[in-house]
Write a protein that binds this ligand. Structure first.
Ligand SMILES: O=C(O)c1ccc[n+]([C@@H]2O[C@H](COP(=O)([O-])O)[C@@H](O)[C@H]2O)c1
Ligand SMILES: Cc1cc2nc[nH]c2cc1C
Length: 354
């Protein structure tokens, strides 16, 4: 007898692990058909570079040789962090709630970018009046709290999206992201921390020490990505992991944002190899740990703009560029349609040309 695939909300972590054991994969036939189309469009094959790869990748996950980017959603998860009391951010924790109000009022960067890219925006605050525990002293979350946050993300992904963007808002969450990255991938605080919202050198050193104390305290969690996420993460990180996971169950392509979103994503390959195959790195953030994290996950960012805002902003800029990939893929004429002579693949005949 086959067991049905568990769906969100997950009753417990074993249901998550069970779902991870049989993740859907991309539709190879659709991807191949899209690649064949790319090679027949009126341009030298490969000349649109990564735009071609983006169109083919979308085609595989959407299961069609003509991918779309019409129904788009940005989901931002907001959380507060006990570790903020360690002086690891240049902004006070009340800014998390204030920025959530700014998102609701339409005044943040992500409001403008989502409108520009044609994406709906959903903002989900997670228990902002109850920060996670300071993980230099205790696990950030209990297993149940982490599961609740994971489910908040997993249930925030509707059916029928052409692509999903996940992002976050949470003062001090670059410290949580650094701790999570170190807990999952190894290294010490110094390898993963950076200025975040704008710490000076002394602040960055303090942040590295806080991460080191957390790593030493929660050593026992090593090897279990969900335990590492509960001990060293935060609610918005667990929610992003849940949303990315739920999107995979629906074969919905995901565009990752910066360091914090990518640290959340990094939990999933520990559950199943290839668990991020439906994810594209929208950009590489100026936060130094992001490049290291993308390399560790073998993700190639689409853009490098020196952005370090979070709130899904870099990923949504990338979404605009992905629109260029889809527009050319679907709208261009083939060599046959336009009666343009196709290349031979052999290059010009030098003698005939002279
Ligand atoms: O994701 C990134 O690459 C990133 C880099 C720097 C800052 N952030 C954002 O800034 C906040 C965290 O910064 P900090 O200094 O408070 O840890 C949080 O709201 C993130 O969205 C995000
Ligand atoms: C103002 C501000 C806006 C943000 N958006 C995402 N993270 C942020 C952090 C701060 C401090």
């Amino acid at each position: 007898m086959t067991h049905p695939q568990p769906l969100p909300p997950f009753t417990d972590w074993s249901a998550v692990r069970q779902a991870a054991a049989t993740l859907p994969t991309a539709d190879q036939a659709a991807g191949q058909a899209a690649r064949a189309r790319q090679n027949n469009l009126t341009k030298p094959p490969g000349s649109l570079g990564r735009l071609e790869d983006v169109a083919v990748w979308l085609a595989g996950w959407q299961g069609t040789d003509r991918p779309r980017l019409d129904t788009l959603r940005t989901v931002i998860f907001a959380g507060n962090h006990g570790v903020a009391t360690q002086g690891v951010s240049s902004f006070p924790p009340e800014v998390t709630k204030q920025m959530v109000a700014n998102f609701a009022a339409g005044g943040a960067a992500i409001n403008q970018l989502s409108r520009w890219a044609g994406a709906d925006l959903d903002v989900i605050p997670l228990d902002l009046d109850r920060p996670t525990a300071d993980f230099t002293q205790a696990p950030a979350m209990t297993a149940d709290e982490a599961l609740a946050a994971f489910n908040a993300g997993a249930t925030a992904v509707p059916d029928g999206l052409d692509a999903l963007v996940v992002g976050e808002m949470g003062i001090a969450n670059t410290t949580a992201a650094a701790a999570l990255a170190a807990g999952l991938l190894g290294g010490r605080g110094v390898d993963w921390v950076g200025p975040g919202t704008g710490l000076d050198r002394a602040g960055v050193n303090r942040k590295a020490e806080a991460v080191d104390r957390a790593l030493d305290r929660h050593r026992d969690a090593t090897g279990d990505p969900l335990a590492v996420m509960a001990c060293l993460g935060g609610r918005e990180l667990a929610a992003m992991a849940g949303a990315i996971f739920a999107a995979r169950l629906k074969r919905t392509p995901v565009v990752l944002d910066g360091f914090v979103a990518t640290a959340a994503a990094a939990v999933l390959p520990g559950l199943a190899a290839g668990a991020l195959d439906h994810c594209l790195a929208g950009h590489v953030s100026a936060e130094p740990g992001h490049r290291r994290l993308l390399d560790a996950l073998s993700l190639q960012p689409l853009l490098s703009l020196g952005m370090r805002l979070g709130e899904a902003s870099g990923a949504v800029v990338a979404l605009g560029l992905m629109g260029a990939a889809v527009a050319t893929h679907n709208g261009m004429a083939t060599f046959e349609e336009a009666r343009v002579a196709a290349g031979t693949g052999a290059g010009p005949d030098r003698e005939a040309a002279s």
